[in-house]
Design a protein. Sequence first.
Length: 255
Amino acid sequence: MVLELQNITMQFGGVKAIDDLSFGVKTGEIYGLIGPNGAGKTTLFNIVTGNYTQTKGKVAFNHEELSGLKPNMIVQRGIARTFQNIRLFKSMSVLDNVLIGFHNQANYTYLESILRLPRYFLYEKKLKSDAMNILERFGIADHAQTNAASLSYGNQRKVEIARALATNPKLLLLDEPAAGMNPNETADLSQIIQNIKDEYGLTILLIEHDMKFVNNMCDKVLVLDYGEEIFEGRPCDAIVDEKVVAAYLGDFKHA
């Protein structure tokens, strides 16, 4: 298991957003977190990435416990994420947004950057080349110098994922990557994610409401309802499970 969560509880005052949840994600897997709004999915992402500290339980990445680490330290260990609401620097170009993802990999000193020494320029040239290669993979290299705010919603999503990929992750967390996209954009994104997963050797944990997208992408899904697990298994089995159907549509047997 590349990621293991053991007995995770997250309590906000008297409300349990996550209740004694345990699961693991295997290396190379695309693992989906699904469930109704308010089920606790994004809360789990925030726990894994260090934005929240769980009330109790343990999170381990490659057998190293993450509890207590700050978000930047977790990124350095190989975990990157995107957000449900796109968080780009919209006054900056697409290229500059992706270059920000490389900030934790710079191998020149602060003094070298201030004095503009040769090693600084050599490495900056390499980073721009690497960033352009990532943009090529997402099919948006032609927009490298475009202001990020000028892009379509679907392309802004791609820029955010490209920036996360620039941090050189081993585990990539995608929070509703297909949200707001039309069917053609969703199909294109699905293929891109599969390609970068294979090319970069990624493990992917994703939250998504588009069940066709989930069914096409995920090896396994975990379904949450009010912070508790109600199903774990194949996506095709989840959509016919009685508890899952009841969580999304209501319990017709007792209606």
